[in-house]
Design a protein around this ligand. Sequence first.
Ligand SMILES: [Mn+2]
Length: 315
Amino acid sequence: MTKLTRNEVAAFLQENDHFLILSHRRPDGDTAGSSAALCRILRNQGKTAHILENPELTERFSWLHEGLTKPEAEEGDILICVDVASPGMLPKAYSHLAQNIRLRLDHHASATSFTELELVDPHAAATGEIIYDISQELWQDMDSATADALYVAVSTDTGCFRYSNTDHHTFLVAAACSKFGARVYELNQQLFETNTLGRLKMQAWIVENLRLIREGRMAVVAIPRQVEQDIGVTDDDMDNISSFPRTIAGIEAAATLREGADGEIKLSVRTIPGYDATKVAERFGGGGHKAAAGANIRLPLAQAAEEVEKAMLEL
Ligand SMILES: [Mn+2]
């Protein structure tokens, strides 16, 4: 595996053609927005570029990929993945493509190198920041659709610029997005200022059912699938729900467990500076960032919650 600088990635993109961009499973705003922005930047350079259709993309972010996707990889495609920390983060349908990915653009501190080339910058709050830097090597201008996509990437991974990963470069990218026509107000309203009734009901359930540990400085909440079904929440309603328990005053670290349709437990850990969430996630084969990390656990929900609580107490 060879590590590339932003300049070298720009040169690689200029020298090649026929790109296919992959996003991660349970796509969030960063992987959806970064893949859309990269695809648009490449097309603006006269390249042929597509995003591989992500079967798990939900309504919240699917508009970003409109007109940019194709259903499968073709002979000769140059595969690039964005915001993908390990082969396990690829949608299951595409795990066989992992070994053919040429370039990985990512910002996860805890990650597994699996591509021929990579640019991984853990200091970037979002992969969108890296895409922006690369775009500056290729295209000083930006159209409004690219600006929207980059704004979604950067704003969602920083909780609308509130998380500890936010720095001057994050704002610089946001400022550029605004300058080039990103619908900042509309996107903020849509992504951060509105809640569905289902999401609020789920938050109420979490408040009633979370378990406080370490004298109330930590919380663990385990959400049975049946509860999600009874409340009637969608995946969009649950987007980044794991950041919610951490917003309760006094809570410094929170773990949220969700039971998937296949029985697999999805763990998400959120912490304030001074803690390392990856330490809990890595215990279960996952990873991520210091402030936000996750893993998939193959245990019954109650047992998984117990194991997670033990790991949290060791933080
Ligand atoms: Mn990200």
